[in-house]
Design a protein around this ligand. Sequence first.
Ligand SMILES: *[C@@H]1O[C@H](CO)[C@@H](O)[C@H](O)[C@H]1NC(C)=O
Length: 472
Amino acid sequence: MKTSLAAGALASLATLAAAVNPVKIAGSQFVDSVTNKRVMIIGVDYQPGGQAGYKPDEDRDPLSDAEVCLRDATIMQQLGINTIRVYNVDPTLNHDECASIFNYAGMYMIVDVNAPFGGESLDRSDPEGSYHVGYLSRTFGVVEAFKNYPNTMGFFAANEVMNDMDTAEKNPQYIRAIQRDIKNYIAKNSERAIPVGYSAADVRPILQDSWAYFQCKIGDNDVSRSDFFGLNSYSWCGADATFESAGFDKLATMFEKTSVPVFFSEYGCNEVTPRSFNEVQSLYGTKLTALSGGLVYEYSQEESNYGLVDSFDNGTVHFRIDYDNLKNQYSKLDIGLIQSTSPSAASQDPPQCDKSLITNSKFSSEFNIPDTPDEITEVINSGLSNPNQGKLVPVTKTDVVGDIFAVDWTPIQGLKLVEVKDGESNLPSGASGSGTGTSGGPEPTKTGAASAMTVNSMFALVAAAVVLVVSL
Ligand SMILES: *[C@@H]1O[C@H](CO)[C@@H](O)[C@H](O)[C@H]1NC(C)=O
């Protein structure tokens, strides 16, 4: 009896998936914490159902339904991406299966700590009044829920809080306060230092000031600065746009000396449809290596008309032309170039914060960051009591359920999630230098069971054997 129990434990432990290597920051770049290679974000914003996909009353958010995650992760794996961004999550829900599926597929997750309802984000019209222990505790809950997944790449502390000059007067210092509190919470309560940053609206007059404000340091032990800077960029519209007409040349100049990773947290102008995504070649090309890639807005077709796929309530998914166009663009990338830039060469010391860094008179140049209220300090020091903490679980199902159709409505059969080898992440297929790409045809060949034995599962086997011996 004991033996068979232990054998069962052994079997289930052995199926624990391989894991991506956590990402850390080195200077102005994301790097793989094990190989030290540069990590370029090749990503998609994942917001199925739009903002309404976040339904805490019904225990639903975009990472709560394993069957949907398996289907969508498989579709995005074949697209060739390595990262998703998820906007609205409920820290009390179980995300283990979804997070494990994305990990298995070699994809990182960048998670927004905020959500749309009252008390779930900073209120740009009342930053002081909305900065309180209830709100911060919720964001700490998101940290707890995601901190143990190796594929959690970072947290957005805030998204597009400043959307014009008026909102740029009082909010920046509160965003730094929130970043500081989340970073302190992570330092005290997480085994891994997970980066925290800001996602800025594509409003050119305040863009440079936002970046300058968030990347600078206040003294030598400042933790309120951003670890990375996301920029929502919709300036490249249509196949005729160029590096210059889209203002990518200005971005290259602006961020040439950045001290933190900068990337497009959203991109993909839809003024001309279907989208050709020609900007992909520029974003990952030789002239914009200052940037760390980007996330295309967005996976599913919603009212705003930015979808790569149509995703119907009955589980049917239909690829839009945009999906094929984007996949085709990814397949032309030079992965060698993308991963080559030496992190050490790219590290820049952040400038000391100073009014002189800010170009617009209305943009905040207040670097006295509001103090952390005592109640928040207490939560940071003691940790949330009994938080919901996620952990990787074995991925047991890899066959996609539901009807999937190509652009021309040809049914796609046998769609299957592919396990990426331990320590590797997903890459576009066909791209040069992407020997490990898994995003081939509809039915990619699966690695044999024996060769799929990973370091992790080896450890699990050893651990299980120890358990077996001890229990006998
Ligand atoms: C699901 O909905 C789509 C769109 O309305 C439709 O084309 C498809 O046939 C439906 N599939 C099933 C299995 O009902």
